[in-house]
Design a protein around this ligand. Structure first.
Ligand SMILES: NC(=O)c1ccc[n+]([C@@H]2O[C@H](COP(=O)([O-])OP(=O)(O)OC[C@H]3O[C@@H](n4cnc5c(N)ncnc54)[C@H](O)[C@@H]3O)[C@@H](O)[C@H]2O)c1
Length: 486
């Protein structure tokens, strides 16, 4: 068993690794081999309490620093993260099974972007001055919320941790982060990096555990804000639990996003986007465009071309840098996907390519293409979170938009067309938080990211995230005598 992935201890609290073996063990499985590569322990109530207390204490002095000083720490952390990109990517590949060809460019690299971006923004955060009658005025102070809780999903562990921690810390908050129990390793690395970059002990803490540990964090009275990345069912629970204490929330939840490909689209670009938007990270991406609506005139050519291009997928050892499709994160997730594939075939979709579980120790399944999918089929309605593309046929623009929006989700949407006005008209009509024109699934830190409808509330990345990690205090200044009726 490779033991280089065993962390020094399960949790990172108050600036140091902390172990408490009284918590239930959680095995970390390498999805390529099914081997246990590390074991951590779920946080006991005592660990949760210590982490929240450490965050509460650290937050006071951190918020008193200038934004420029806070930003310096974040930008230093970004540099350390970039310098360690390969080691962090190898951890992420072993934790998630995602190929190294991806983790080298999309995980810690994106986390570093967030630290750098919000590090740069920290010094610019200000309130405003509002002049009133007779010399009175109001000024506003942009203040931190306090202790924030971050809860992560397993598909982009260090990216999710960084996307939450960076804006939180830029605004003067402290954080307790709970990674997904499937992928507990890399958030500990982020905690180490932040300490090395000069963050005070207790500013960013990591506790391990399952939903019960998440639940304990969400309802603690020391917590001002909860940011969750996860599924809609978990989102409902966490949002409701946070509401009890009137806590701020950001909910980054699931999706079933549409891509509309019109007859006049550039075929190769649309096919590339559909491949990226369904098979990158073996399909385990919230904003994937899993319902690909293709206009009648291009439909057969599109389906054939996707199938041809799928022959170029390199499935296998995720540590081999030529691999483009790794295993699913777990046997359970692979079985869920296999179940959807069986249902798709049963419900009459045309299986064009793939569809089979790849037998062996790892959790592999073939990238799968279904054509002739209809709106009522389970594969067109439910989030699969695996490498399954559904292609549906449409005729008119109005029909395409109506069907694209006929879902409870609203995370992302894409349109491929060379008609300039149609591209903008369709984007305006999409019920989605992020829309793409002749592109798909790019998430630069400068752009707001988040969902509408069941896909969530709040935005990550960009200046918009600042609104979700700070609050405005109004200070009214009287410059005149105070009048009273008696
Ligand atoms: N919108 C986004 O930015 C985004 C990004 C990645 C993944 N996702 C979504 O995440 C899902 C896949 O991730 P997952 O399977 O890890 O999600 P999940 O909902 O099962 O778990 C997410 C996290 O919530 C925790 N949790 C579970 N129950 C809880 C409770 N009652 N209280 C507090 N915390 C609790 C889990 O331990 C985990 O850390 C998909 O639906 C995907 O679309 C969304």
């Amino acid at each position: 068993m490779p033991n280089s992935f065993q962390p020094e201890a399960s949790h990172f609290i108050g600036g140091a690794y902390v172990e408490d073996t009284a918590g239930a063990p959680i095995e970390v499985i390498y999805p390529h081999t099914g081997e246990v590569i590390a074991t951590v322990h779920a946080a006991t109530p005592e660990m949760v309490d210590r982490a929240l207390e450490a965050a509460k204490t650290a937050q006071v002095d951190w918020a008193a620093m200038t934004g420029t000083e806070r930003g310096r720490v974040l930008r230093r952390a970004a540099e350390i993260m970039r310098a360690r990109n390969r080691a962090l990517s190898e951890i992420e590949t072993h934790d998630t099974g995602k190929p190294l060809s991806e983790t080298l460019v999309a995980d810690a690299a994106s986390g570093a972007d967030a630290l750098e971006y919000f590090g740069g923004l920290a010094g610019t955060l200000t309130g405003e001055h509002i002049p009133l009658a007779d010399g009175d005025f109001v000024y506003t102070r942009r203040e931190a919320l306090g202790v924030c809780v971050g809860i992560g999903a397993w598909n982009y562990p260090i990216q999710i941790a960084s996307w939450k921690a960076a804006p939180a810390m830029a605004c003067g908050n402290a954080m307790v982060f709970k990674p997904s129990e499937m992928t507990p390793l890399s958030a500990l690395q982020l905690a180490e990096i932040l300490m090395e970059a000069g963050a005070p002990a207790g500013l960013f803490n990591v506790v391990q555990g399952r939903g019960d540990v998440g639940g304990a964090l969400v309802t603690d009275e020391r917590v001002a804000k909860v940011s969750l990345t996860g599924s809609v069912p978990t989102g409902r629970k966490v949002y409701a639990a946070a509401a009890e204490g009137i806590r701020h929330v950001t909910m980054e939840l699931g999706g079933k996003s549409p891509i509309l490909v019109f007859d006049d689209a550039d075929l190769e670009n649309a096919v590339s986007a559909a491949i990226n938007g369904n098979f990158y990270s073996t399909g385990q991406i919230c904003s994937n465009g899993t319902r690909v609506f293709v206009q009648e005139g291009l439909y057969e050519r599109f389906v054939n071309r996707v199938a041809e291009r799928m022959d170029g997928a390199v499935i296998g050892d995720p540590m081999d840098e030529t691999t483009t499709i790794g295993p699913m994160v777990s046997g359970r997730q692979r079985d869920i996907v296999a179940g959807y594939i069986a249902k798709g075939a049963e419900e009459g979709a045309r299986l064009v390519k793939g569809g089979k579980v790849i037998e062996g120790a790892g959790f592999y399944i073939e990238p799968t293409l279904f054509a002739d999918v209809t709106d009522e089929m389970a594969i067109a309605r439910e989030e699969i979170f695996g490498p399954v593309m559904s292609v549906l046929k449409f005729a008119s623009e109005d029909e395409g938009i109506a069907r694209a929006n006929a879902t409870g989700f609203g995370l992302a949407a894409g349109v491929f067309t060379n008609d300039l006005t149609r591209a903008h008209r369709v984007s305006a009509a999409f019920e989605a938080g992020t829309c793409y024109i002749n592109a798909y699934n790019l998430t630069p830190v400068e752009a707001p990211f988040g969902g509408v409808k069941l896909s969530g509330v709040g935005r990550e990345n960009s200046k918009a995230a600042i609104e979700h990690y700070s609050q405005i205090k109004t200070v009214y200044v009287g410059m005149n005598d105070t009048e009273a009726p008696f």
